[in-house]
Write a new protein. Sequence first.
Length: 306
Amino acid sequence: MNQETSTNRPSGDPHPATRTLNLDAARTFVAICETGSFRRAAARVNRSPSAVSLQVGKLEEQLGVRLLHRDARRVRLTDQGEVLLGFARRLVGISDEAMAVFHGSPLSGSLRLAAPHDLGVSLVPGLLRRMAETHPRIRVDVRLDSSETVQRLFAEGDANLALFNEAGSPLVPARDLYSEELRWLMRDGGRAVEQDPLPLAVAQMGCAWRDAALGALEGVGRSYRVAYSSDTSMGQVAALRADLAVAALPGSLADRDLVEVPEHWGLPPLGRTHIYLADDGSDTAKAFAALIKPDLRSIAPTPPTT
């Protein structure tokens, strides 16, 4: 009697290799999800945006599902994309952990990093992850505070490395990493700007953007009141979306719901905001600072594009 041998290979898939996720593609997919942009993900993984798009297309073709919703302004995960993200992060993490065992840096010690809250939730987490991957023997202690306090901590020797926002001249010697225009933003069609005194959404005292906003208004004699205060720009954005206030924020935060305050309202110019880096020259600080270079294009909270 002839006996047929059964396999678990799905019909239409004669090549088992096609059922293995490509690690580079998984890493690229994670980068897209974490940066919110094909362009910024491409900078992180050292590929062109077209190559990144091709990798995602091949992943979608291999899995037979759509992973991302893409339009001119943003990239959003589909439900299936959310599922894959968890697997992709685990795959990339295991690979990086294995490589660190065999090729990990001998550098060890501790690093005290100070940063404002906004950078603490946007830029710092990715840097900490890569620090753990490339220099697993370095312990990083992080303190989040206002930009003014961050600079003071560095000046007093209580931080080896400082990342901070500043609209004026920094209080300590530092390297200028990135800059963009500060803008007065409001909800599209909102009426908060019509109020007198002008309602403002600001961060805590010592924030460079807060100081720029209040200084500009006081310089032209415009009355204002602090209507909403938050540790992060996302809190300010929430107040703007609710039409509770206007705010001085990086222009890149403007989107379909948030627009620049029209010129006819006569709000004063704000100048540019900068992200600075200061380090004490220690080996651990220089190792961390070296990780920032690949992310320079992803520092700004620009609306995602493909």
